[in-house]
Design a protein around this ligand. Structure first.
Ligand SMILES: Cc1cn([C@H]2C[C@H](O)[C@@H](COP(=O)(O)OP(=O)(O)OP(=O)(O)O)O2)c(=O)[nH]c1=O
Length: 192
């Protein structure tokens, strides 16, 4: 096993809980980066770019460590839905998702102490059943939507609206465990 520290470059409590399951000790350092979409950037390119930027920002301050960065976006009808700015935007996003399929794209990037970068992408198809206006109002009132891409948390009440999912549940929650474990294993940080 490699005797180097691992830093999770994220403020997300979900990512912390998921990374805990990999069984490797780590610390958390949040990165504040600009997450705006650049021009007509493709969704997968955008998510990878932002995940890299989060890892790089933290690696600059902690160059002797491994740094893991991640990003998650919802893509509906080709449009990238990040975290809603307010309750109205959250309602709009949930109306767009109701009764349709969308994709959740998560990127995970690992920087080594020597600056070597490895990365993986996880793409999941999610189908929402019809979501009534009253359900949207009640859910938005809980506030759960505000810190989540696409304005929903599959792990909370919005999970009741999901008819089907093909891909990675943990990817939707923000840290695809299969892909993350691959990166940590390749770096010699986990054994299995
Ligand atoms: C779709 C979906 C997203 N999410 C979360 C995962 C991410 O934390 C968040 C998307 O925003 P991100 O910008 O990917 O992450 P973040 O701002 O929470 O954390 P950081 O940038 O510091 O790493 O939405 C869920 O928890 N459940 C879901 O069902």
């Amino acid at each position: 096993m490699v005797e180097r520290s691992l830093i999770l470059a994220s403020a997300s409590p979900r990512r912390r809980e998921l990374l805990d399951r990999c069984g490797v000790p780590f610390t958390v350092v949040a990165s504040a980066i600009d997450e705006s979409v650049e021009g007509d950037e493709a969704p997968a390119d955008y998510v990878l770019r932002v995940a890299r930027a989060k890892a790089v920002a933290v690696h600059r301050r902690h160059a002797g460590s491994f740094v893991l960065g991640a990003d998650t976006s919802v893509v509906a009808a080709g449009r990238i839905l990040g975290k809603p700015a307010d309750a109205d935007q959250a309602r709009d996003m949930l109306r767009q998702l109701s009764g349709r399929c969308h994709e959740v794209i998560s990127a995970v990037v690992l920087l080594s102490p020597d600056g070597r970068k490895t990365e993986r992408l996880s793409i999941t198809q999610v189908e929402f059943g019809l979501v009534h206006e009253a359900w949207i109002d009640a859910y938005v009132a809980t506030g759960d939507c505000m810190d989540k891409a696409g304005a929903y948390g599959i792990q909370n009440q919005a999970g009741l609206w999901i008819r089907r999912l093909t891909g990675s549940y943990t990817g939707v929650v923000g840290l695809p465990l299969f892909e993350t474990a691959q990166l940590l294993r390749e770096a010699g940080l986990v054994e299995f």
